[in-house]
Design a protein around this ligand. Structure first.
Ligand SMILES: Cc1cc2nc3c(=O)[nH]c(=O)nc-3n(C[C@H](O)[C@H](O)[C@H](O)COP(=O)(O)OP(=O)(O)OC[C@H]3O[C@@H](n4cnc5c(N)ncnc54)[C@H](O)[C@@H]3O)c2cc1C
Length: 384
């Protein structure tokens, strides 16, 4: 067993790093606090071949592996945490499900533009009454002519305020088997949005109302019975969140390390206090362990889709590890770590969100427990 990257992967990582150092390092702090989506970075990344890394050549992607995409996102994140969101949107999110299951016409209309860095797709899964219990979603798809009328409300979607298209989880019929998905363009009649609000991480989110939106057959992505495929694709999204959690934890750890090597109190460098050294030892252990779990899930991904079990373990561990490292880095940096003059507080806020988004820690642990006991545990109340 070899725990090192191979020559090709090392060369790829080095090229991503030099790209990030050249184009992203200088503006990293300002970019993190800018509300606008970094479209300039998005286009640059497209030119650099960092969009659609795992998507097939014939669909306009790079034909690489999930591990390549992980190397790209973590390398970018370690230089410019905010720019890693662009790598996520262009590789790990709903784009992956579109590339996997979309028709050639759907890909021509939506995928190509995303791969050029000129558009994003958002995933509309969560509803006001269906969060962790996502299969309780009620957004309905009622047959009309050759297509469907869509009615429902979606909340908390990343990029919802400006995404050109929404991969929308809908209900064609009852039960889990009745769930599938459609593509809804933001200019579709009946697509309405409320007043934008903000997450703690600074990202905007906005409630989306689907008010009798007509979706023709050309925009149906997965018909009923599609839920399992959607969630399998969603495990790729989770790997992106996992990689960013760990990378932002590492970013904060590196900032704190630099600080501890130059900040003096009581006439000594911070790194000379044992109380501080042990914090670094703990952080290092968590980062190293998380790295192995992340790479295991990515390397073992069959056809680019990682297993639910390895993804859950990696995400739960790295979400916690990333957050813990940011938290300790902030403590080590004292008042300076708590200001917006460094990116440590930004990394802290971002990592906190991933403990909730894309499968909360608790839901992931429920999934892991099912692997432990090799059985399912219904979360619903017992039937009378
Ligand atoms: C930063 C961010 C980005 C997001 N992006 C998107 C997006 O792009 N698209 C989208 O559709 N949604 C998105 N979401 C929504 C996210 O998927 C949901 O917030 C998440 O699934 C939890 O749902 P909820 O907020 O309704 O919490 P709830 O489901 O109400 O859960 C509340 C708490 O109870 C716990 N809990 C619930 N059920 C159980 C159980 N059975 N066992 C133990 N604990 C349980 C949860 O873990 C949580 O701690 C995003 C959320 C965040 C924070």
């Amino acid at each position: 067993m070899d725990f090192r990257l191979n020559d090709e992967q090392t060369m790829f990582r080095d090229s991503v790093r030099s790209f990030a150092e050249k184009h992203l390092r200088a503006g990293a702090l300002a970019r993190a606090h800018d509300d606008a989506h970094p479209w300039d970075v998005s286009r640059l990344m497209a030119e650099q071949g960092l969009m659609g890394i795992t998507i097939k050549d014939e669909d306009g992607g790079q034909g690489g592996s999930l591990m390549d995409a992980v190397i790209a996102i973590e390398t970018v994140a370690c230089v410019c945490p905010r720019s890693a969101d662009v790598v996520q949107a262009g590789n790990f999110g709903a784009i992956r499900v579109l590339a996997e299951h979309g028709s050639s016409d759907q890909k021509a209309r939506y995928l190509r533009k995303i791969l050029r860095g000129e558009s994003v797709i958002t995933v509309g899964m969560t509803e006001p009454e269906a969060g962790s219990a996502v299969t309780d979603l009620t957004t309905s798809a009622t047959p009309e002519g050759e297509g469907y009328r869509i009615n429902g409300v979606k909340v908390f979607q990343t990029h919802a305020a400006f995404a050109e298209v929404m991969l929308t989880y809908v209900r064609f019929g009852p039960g889990v088997g009745g769930i599938g998905s459609v593509l809804i363009a933001r200019d579709a009649p009946g697509f309405k949005q409320g007043t934008p609000s903000k997450f703690f991480n600074g990202e905007e989110w906005v409630q989306t109302y689907l008010d009798n939106v007509y979706v023709g057959p050309e925009n149906v992505l997965l018909k009923q019975g599609g839920f399992k495929k959607q969630i399998a694709g969603f495990n790729v999204e989770r790997i992106g969140n996992t990689a960013r959690s760990l990378a932002l934890g590492r970013y904060a750890y590196n900032a704190a390390r630099d600080w501890a090597l130059q900040r003096k109190q009581f006439g000594r460098l911070l790194c000379e206090f044992q109380g501080i050294q042990w914090k670094f030892a703990e952080m290092k252990m968590k980062l190293d362990a998380g790295q192995l779990l992340l790479y295991r899930a990515a390397v073992n991904a069959d056809n680019g889709i990682p297993s639910a079990e390895e993804t859950s373990i990696a995400k739960a561990f790295c979400n916690q590890a990333g957050f813990d490292c940011c938290n300790e880095a902030m403590q080590i940096m004292g008042g300076m770590g708590y200001t917006t003059q460094t990116l440590v507080e930004y990394c802290f806020r971002k990592c906190r969100g991933w403990m909730i988004a894309g499968g909360s820690l608790e839901i992931l642990k429920n999934r892991i427990a099912e692997s432990v006991f090799e059985r399912t545990f219904s979360q619903r109340p017992p039937k009378a």
